[in-house]
Design a protein around this ligand. Structure first.
Ligand SMILES: [Zn+2]
Length: 163
């Protein structure tokens, strides 16, 4: 889904509300990611804010079983139509953890990409299906195995010279 900046600009108060719903196969083949977003033009900036709801099919790091986790994400992000606003990295920090992304002269915003990236950023590094998950036998066996490599033992005896 793409939204042209002129579509926001042509509204009476330069605000456009959108209801987004799209299937991202990597997240969930059946349940679409939905979002309720507000697009606003503020000077040369475009502010996107709202909520994203996604049900992701994930793999548990402990038991390796598939599980579904629901994410409700609050977003607030700025895009700039004026490149001079942004540093050469294409981003400009207006306050801590709040960046403006340069549109690089584009006259539309890729909403699908915006929603996709927002969800990706919210997936935790460690995925666990349930706080009571005990893991699988195979994975546990791996974790408990001593991986000491006898070839590396020799390094224990090397004396390091102090600089
Ligand atoms: Zn698990």
């Amino acid at each position: 889904m793409y939204i042209r900046i002129s579509e926001i600009d042509n509204t009476e108060n330069k605000v456009k509300q959108i209801n987004f719903s799209e299937i991202f196969e990597e997240f969930n083949k059946e349940v679409p990611v939905s979002a309720n977003l507000k697009l606003e033009i503020i000077g040369s900036l475009i502010k996107i804010s709202g909520q994203i709801n996604a049900k992701l099919n994930l793999i548990c790091d402990l038991c390796l079983k598939e599980f579904t986790k629901e994410f409700n994400i609050e977003v607030e992000e700025f895009f700039s139509q004026d490149s001079s606003f942004c540093s050469n990295t294409g981003e400009f920090e207006i306050k801590q953890d709040c960046f403006i992304e340069d549109l690089n002269g584009k006259d539309e915003i890729n909403i699908s990409d915006f929603v996709y990236q927002s969800v990706i950023l919210h997936i935790p590094n460690k995925l666990v299906c349930d706080i009571n998950c005990n893991g699988s036998e195979i994975v546990n066996k791996y974790i408990k195995t001593d991986f000491t490599d006898p070839r590396l033992e020799v390094f224990k005896n090397i004396k390091l010279e102090k600089e």
